[in-house]
Design a binder for this molecule. Sequence first.
Ligand code: NAP
Length: 256
Amino acid sequence: MGILDGRTILVAGVTMDTSIGFATARFAQEQGATVLISNFGRALGIPRRIAKRLPVEPVVLELDVTDPAHLEALPDAVREHADHLDGVVHSIAYGNPETLLGGKFMDGPWEDVQQALHVSAYSLKSLTSACRPLMTPGASVVGLTFDATVAWPAYDWMGVAKAALESTSRYLSRELGKDGVRVNLVAAGPLKTLAAKAIPGFEDLESMWQTRAPLGWDNKDAEPTARAVCALLSDLFPATTGEIVHVDGGFHATGA
Ligand code: NAP
């Protein structure tokens, strides 16, 4: 018996098989869930091909979280395949690597910062609101952050967006707790995904994990992160909301 037996989960943000969303979709299926995935949609053919590599080929929905029409259409798009959602995974972020990341903090233009905040933080609220009519009591929303309690080299405005995401998650947990809906984040260590590879200088961050993470850290293995996301989606954490669970080999607990 799996921890997600009988549950229906939407995983938003699957592009490649390196995506944290892909590892989450795979582990969720292995744990008994029916999974729907969504992608931005600029090149929907790629996630549609990648989806075939999952144990069960999932429905792939197009969803740009900054497009009000997409968000409005989402409940009906889901209803074509499932009558409710027990869980929603927000595995989405974007910040222009040329203007906002890799040492560009002092020069990042507001238009690009605004876009990063919209796609990476505000969208946790937008996606959750869009899915709200489908959610049952006991439903769980889980997002992905990169520990925003400190300032990192290279991460720059994406770090600010993650701080906003973390706060958004706490406010959402206040709003939705009365309906029995939990909202939590997983703070993952650096993983070699498309999003991470686009950040100039991210490899310097990754190298710190090799010497400092007490448990060690494999930046090609998203499964530990996926497992934590699925645990938070399940009823193994029935009284936990507004929380950030670190899956970083213990890096966050070390000072040097
Ligand atoms: P990824 O595979 O590139 O996933 C990011 C996803 O965001 C992609 O599917 C991307 O779609 C999607 N996206 C971008 N703009 C969007 C929009 N407007 N609407 C809908 N979807 C949009 O990279 P990932 O590393 O797995 O990232 C997943 C999450 O984990 C992100 O929140 C990221 O910040 C977080 N995280 C990553 C790491 C790491 O080291 N990799 C560590 C901690 C946390 P397209 O590919 O089509 O643009």
